[in-house]
Design a protein around this ligand. Structure first.
Ligand SMILES: [Zn+2]
Length: 216
């Protein structure tokens, strides 16, 4: 099984991916981790990638494709994996298809967790975090007993800067611009599986499992 999990910020794709990795015994292939490890080993590829990252930029397609290719062909990845952070562009998606074809394989599914923009805004903008213990609340879905005060430790609750309305809107806009074309690409390849992300974590996971069962 070779999987990709996609979805807008706040769709909960990270926690779904972690559970899939555990339950299906998949190798977690994270480009972010590979860049860091390569840089730690003193390799040029990793060092160049970290320059992009440290400047707040996306790592170039060329470097990203090379590191994934190295992983898949030279270092010998598990035949079952979940890709994390890749592909980020349609060029990378093409490159991945070519690599898998060369291996005589293909993606099993691209799981797309779908959540309406309004729901994401509501989920993220209402989030509050304790300054002292880091516990998270939600003004509407999980309010503290006393407004602005942590139930656990009495610490002050605050809104993280990236949860503010403007920031969330901005992240959603970037997601639409950059990721939408990749989703369209996979839709055209017939591997896209849309999952309703506007349900509980368990219900979303159950739907993913069902979709995978139907595929395999
Ligand atoms: Zn607290």
């Amino acid at each position: 099984m070779k999987l990709l999990v996609m979805g807008p910020p706040g769709a909960g794709k990270g926690s779904q991916a972690r559970k899939l990795i555990r339950d299906f015994n998949l190798e977690h292939i994270s480009t972010g981790d590979m860049f860091r490890q390569s840089a730690e080993r003193g390799e040029e590829l990793g060092k160049k990638a970290m320059e992009y990252i440290n400047d707040g930029n996306l790592v170039s397609d060329e470097i990203t494709n090379r590191i994934v290719k190295k992983k898949l062909f030279e270092e010998g990845a598990n035949t079952c994996f979940l890709l994390d952070g890749y592909p980020r562009t349609v060029t990378q998606a093409h490159a991945l298809d070519d690599m898998l074809q060369e291996m005589g394989s293909k993606l099993t599914a691209v799981i797309n967790i779908v959540v309406d923009k309004e729901v994401i805004l509501e989920r993220m903008v209402g989030r509050r975090v304790c300054r002292d213990c880091g516990y998270t609340y939600h003004t509407h879905f999980k309010p503290p007993k006393e407004e602005g005060v942590c139930d656990k430790c009495g610490g002050e609750l605050y809104q993280r800067p990236d949860d503010k309305l403007e920031s969330v809107r901005n992240r959603l806009r970037i997601y639409e611009e950059k990721t939408r074309p990749i989703i369209d690409y996979y839709k055209g390849r017939g591997v896209l599986v849309n999952i309703n992300g506007m349900q509980s974590f368990e219900a979303v996971y159950r739907d993913i499992r069902k979709a995978l069962r139907d595929l395999t």
